[in-house]
Design a protein around this ligand. Structure first.
Ligand code: ADP
Length: 281
């Protein structure tokens, strides 16, 4: 076969592969929708029953059903995300968002679960962080919820700290370091290497008790990679773990303008960024 023949054949193989991958993602998306619809109805009914039922034994069973339904919902989302990542079809959005509000939301989402286990949740937000940034806030939230959720899941005593620090700043934007620390079970040294691979879970019996599918960290790592950042983990078995990642984020136009005005002395008082961050605690 000549080189033109080869190129045409290659192009048609690539087109077929692309069509197959699109068909797979479309199928998963449809299945996701079809499973979500009855699942949401089931969850709605469980919620109504939880408000009506007072008998402790029955409430316990309802709580278990509720947790299982939430896990299933999370699993559906994770399978779809993983597929999109593996097929190179995951796309990022860029929006103008308020970092402090995002962190506050994450803490409020996780606080009940942590408090039910007697754990403290601390938010440590760098006062020097710009108020408004540009980035995929939904995906940043997804990564943080996964890391903070794991921290609560694998901790029985002590607490969880979410810390966000400004690492550097230049004309285009900032580099931000996010870290989630816990005082939980920690991760065995021989497992730490594999922790970001899909379906990998620490082999010990303790981890199995906590459940999960082993997709959250693989998705988090892929999202951080897609955003051009880096994620790493340090852990001492029996003492706790810290997951940290860096991201470069652009400063939102409003932030640029505000800083320029401050620079020119047109704004008398700088609104305290620290206040906006620490008000979230
Ligand atoms: P899942 O939590 O659903 O199993 P993840 O990908 O989020 O999936 O985590 C993979 C595995 O990494 C967990 O099963 C657990 O073994 C380990 N792990 C993750 N976060 C922590 C943590 N904060 N402390 C201890 N182990 C952790």
């Amino acid at each position: 076969m000549n080189s033109i023949g080869c190129t045409t054949q290659l192009a048609s193989v690539l087109m077929e592969a692309d069509a197959a991958s699109l068909a797979k993602i479309t199928f998963l998306r449809n299945m996701n929708h079809e499973i979500r619809t009855p699942l949401n109805a089931i969850m709605g009914i469980i919620e109504i029953l939880m408000m009506k039922i007072r008998e402790p034994e029955q409430l316990k069973l309802l709580n278990k059903s509720n947790a299982a339904a939430h896990n299933l919902l999370e699993l559906l989302g994770n399978v779809l995300d993983m597929e999109q990542i593996e097929e190179g079809k995951m796309e990022l959005d860029e929006c103008n968002f308020d970092m402090a509000a995002l962190l506050r939301e994450i803490v409020s989402l996780i606080e009940n679960r942590a408090n039910a286990k007697g754990l403290s949740v601390q938010l440590d937000c760098d006062a020097a962080l710009p108020e408004r940034l540009l980035g995929d806030a939904t995906r940043i939230k997804q990564i943080l919820i996964n890391l903070v959720g794991n921290a609560v899941k694998f901790t029985e005593r002590g607490g969880v700290t979410l810390s966000v620090q400004l690492k550097s700043r230049d004309a285009e934007g900032v580099q931000v370091l996010f870290a989630v620390s816990d005082t939980g079970i920690g991760i065995a040294h021989d497992h730490i290497e594999r922790i970001f691979r899909a379906f990998e879970q620490d082999d010990n019996s303790a981890t199995r008790v906590y459940g999960g599918a082993g997709l959250g960290l693989a998705i988090s790592k892929s999202l951080v990679d897609l955003m051009g950042g880096e994620i790493e983990v340090s852990s001492i078995p029996g003492q706790g773990s810290t997951f940290a990642f860096t991201l470069r984020l652009k400063m939102a136009a409003k932030e640029h303008t505000r800083r320029m005005m401050l620079h020119r002395g047109q704004v008398a008082e700088q609104k305290s960024l620290a206040d906006s961050c620490f008000a979230s605690r």
